[in-house]
Design a protein around this ligand. Structure first.
Ligand code: AMP
Ligand code: ZN
Length: 674
């Protein structure tokens, strides 16, 4: 193709891709499948590679641009991003209506009711129709410049759609969010990689937008919706409904449902209707927002320091309970993350008594202004761990002060006193002391765990004592323990001391994947450990790899690869590994695939196990299957070949039946094994 034709084709492809983005995100009426979209996209990418001089910064392929940043630059908003007053009951809505009417005597007031999207506020600036700047709310006046991250979100157009001249300037406000389905999938992936799960879609969104590397953000399933305008030049609006309509015309995603209401009674009726339709929306909502429709009234209504008087949020309530927050403790995880935990006056909620709830992280505490001694509202949503939602301000003790996380832990790890630093993605603090006893305890437990080196009798209490008495400073020290040392510990008879030493010694011969998993490399779960073991067949080989070599293994992505390379590059870890070698731990135990692994009934098949089996544990069955060349998965999907169902199978069986996946009873499974 010559340059001229390429130019034409490129333009055509760009227009097509933007059009399909609009059809998908704005109209919810895609005309082509994801695959066909990907095909067009790939064609454009290829042409742009061939003719680099034809690449423009607003090409849809440039969404993932830019190198990782060191920090986000501050951005001053042209118009402040305000918060909203909120209420949980209709009486307050009537009060709001009264106040509005008092400030606008004799006027007939129409309201717009729209969803209150439970996402993360963002502001996006378009100059001459081009996306030039994206920012977080920050303190309302100044936010972070997250332009590169927002550019990765396909729902946010890079160019406004306009038949005439686009406005000289348009700053639009809305929410970035993670669709619930995408959130679940992301957390499943994280669980498999043994990474901390996100507490909820809002947290996952906030965490993703805080990443400094836009390439990782691009892989997060983020979307956005817009409902307001900040600064504008070359465009004017008379009413809020006009804003919503115009944003949509310009190609921006806007709320799927909203209503113009003649009076506050209609507002209340529509608020109920919206709650009914909650499931039809791709994002979580935490209520409705009521706004005075006519914009010329807004300045007349004015604002408080925090929130405008032209709007109010009406929030829905969930299954909740109130109780007193007695204290905030801090838990130290295996990777050193410091998680604040609410210690509560026990309270009954949704079928169980709750005395602890998560506070997620420092930022959540700040955002909700949670203080020790507060009466708090806790909520339990589905299978999620109970969380503190909000504070009952009327019942706040008079002598309380804001909770200062870093002062609370006196600037150091509450367990070891080591230095702490902030991890931006999780807005979490981490203990940086690699010798932190809390981390060490958790990493030794992990090393000994059933899915790692499987060392029997080495439980939590024993590990804790070993670390506290400094008998063990790293996992390799386990192999130096003598029965006499152990028998001096609490509740440790001579016989059981000997058993522990024996069990530790036996672990020297474990399979390589168990060792890799046991080392607790960040992002390396059991699945990745197996892949690495099969591919490299020895720990030395893995340790000698550059990140790029590791990425060649299927399913090992760049983040994981980097984490592995960093782990083995760390001199401290090198010392531990050398100690393990000298202790006689095997580094190359990879079981040769057994006879049927290439040709047998399970070779290359994807198998899921559910329920209780009679003849083996699920782990053992999985192990057998793997030896026969099967891939053992956690959940049923279209790719599943067999579901093996034991006694009292779970929802996996329903799913398999729905998808038409072949179900094997234990007897049939045994038959095939033969
Ligand atoms: P809050 O954080 O509870 O004070 O609520 C205010 C925030 O709600 C705003 O900063 C927006 O980010 C968010 N919000 C969600 N949906 C809307 C909406 N339809 N209109 C205005 N703000 C909204
Ligand atoms: Zn520590």
């Amino acid at each position: 193709m010559n340059r001229n034709d390429a130019q034409k084709r490129i333009e055509k492809l760009r227009n097509e891709l933007e059009r399909h983005n609009r059809l998908y995100y704005i109209d919810a009426q895609p005309e082509i499948s994801d695959r066909d979209y990907d095909r067009l996209y790939a064609e454009l990418t290829q042409l742009e590679e061939q003719f680099p001089e034809l690449v423009t910064p607003d090409s849809p392929t440039r969404r993932v641009g830019g190198e990782p940043l060191k920090v986000f630059n501050p951005v001053r908003h042209l118009q402040p991003m305000m918060s909203l007053d909120n209420t949980y009951d209709f009486d307050d809505l009537r009060e709001f209506d009264k106040r509005v009417k008092k400030l606008l005597p004799g006027e007939n007031i129409e309201y717009i009711l729209e969803p209150k999207v439970d996402g993360v506020s963002i502001s996006v600036r378009y100059e001459q129709g081009r996306f030039t700047l994206g920012a977080t709310r920050g303190d309302g006046t100044t936010g972070d410049d997250i332009t590169n991250n927002l550019k990765t979100i396909r729902a946010i157009p890079k160019n406004l759609q306009s038949d005439f001249f686009p406005p000289a300037l348009l700053e639009v406000r809305g929410e970035a969010y993670m669709p619930v389905a995408g959130f679940k999938k992301l957390n499943e992936e994280r669980a498999r990689a043994e990474e901390e799960p996100f507490a909820n879609p809002r947290n996952a969104t906030a965490g993703s937008l805080k990443l400094l590397d836009p390439r990782i953000v691009a892989r997060r399933p983020l979307s956005a919706v817009f409902y307001a305008v900040g600064a504008a030049k070359g465009i004017q609006f008379g009413a809020h409904e006009e804003v919503l309509n115009t944003l949509k015309q310009l190609g921006l995603p806007t709320p799927k449902f909203w209503w113009r209401c003649q009076d506050i009674d209609e507002v209340m009726q529509r608020a109920g209707e919206l709650q009914q339709k909650e499931g039809d929306l791709p994002y979580e909502i935490d209520g409705a927002v009521v706004k005075v429709n006519r914009l010329d009234y807004w300045p007349r209504l004015g604002a408080t320091a925090k929130a405008p008087r032209y709007a109010i949020a009406y929030k829905y309530s969930h299954e909740q309970a109130r109780t007193r927050l007695k204290a905030i403790t801090v838990q130290v995880g295996r990777t050193g993350s410091l998680t604040p935990v609410a210690e509560l006056e026990p309270v009954f909620l949704a079928g169980s008594t709750i005395s602890r709830a998560t506070l997620h992280n420092e930022e959540e505490i700040k955002r909700k202004d949670i203080r020790v001694g507060d009466m708090v509202v806790i909520e339990k949503a589905g299978e999620v761990i109970p969380a503190v939602m909000s504070v009952v301000l009327e019942e706040r003790p008079t002598d309380s002060g804001p909770f200062d996380f870093i002062r609370h832990i006196e600037g150091k790890c509450p367990c070891c006193g080591g230095p702490v630093h902030r991890d931006p993605e999780f807005v979490a603090w981490r203990c940086e002391n690699i010798a932190c006893p809390a981390q060490l305890k958790r990493s030794i437990q992990h090393y000994a765990a059933r899915h790692s080196m499987d060392i029997e009798n080495l439980g939590e209490v024993l590990v804790s004592q070993l670390v506290d008495r400094q008998l063990v400073r790293d996992v390799a020290d386990l192999y130096q323990l003598a029965a006499e040392q152990l028998s001096t510990l609490d509740r440790m008879a001579e016989k059981s001391a000997a058993n522990v030493v024996q069990a530790i010694a036996e672990s020297k011969d474990r399979e390589l994947w168990r060792l890799i998993h046991g080392l607790g490399i960040v992002h390396v779960g059991e699945g990745a450990a197996r892949k690495l073991a099969n591919h490299f067949q020895s720990l030395e080989k893995i340790a000698a790899c550059e990140a790029a070599d590791l990425e060649r293994v299927s399913d090992i992505g760049p983040v994981v690869a980097l984490s592995i390379a960093e782990f083995f590059g760390n001199p401290r870890n090198q010392t531990v590994i050398e100690k393990l070698r000298q202790a006689g731990v095997r580094f190359d135990h990879v079981e040769a695939a057994s006879a049927g692994s290439a040709t047998g009934p399970f070779a290359g098949k994807t198998v899921v196990i559910t329920g209780t089996l009679e003849n083996f544990s699920r782990d053992e069955a999985g192990e057998q299957l793997r030896k026969l060349g099967a891939h053992v998965a956690d959940s049923v999907s279209k790719k599943t070949t067999y579901l093996i169902a034991g006694e009292s199978p779970g929802s996996k069986l329903d799913k398999a039946n729905k998808l038409g996946v072949k179900v094997l009873s234990e007897a049939e499974f045994l038959e095939l094994l033969k």
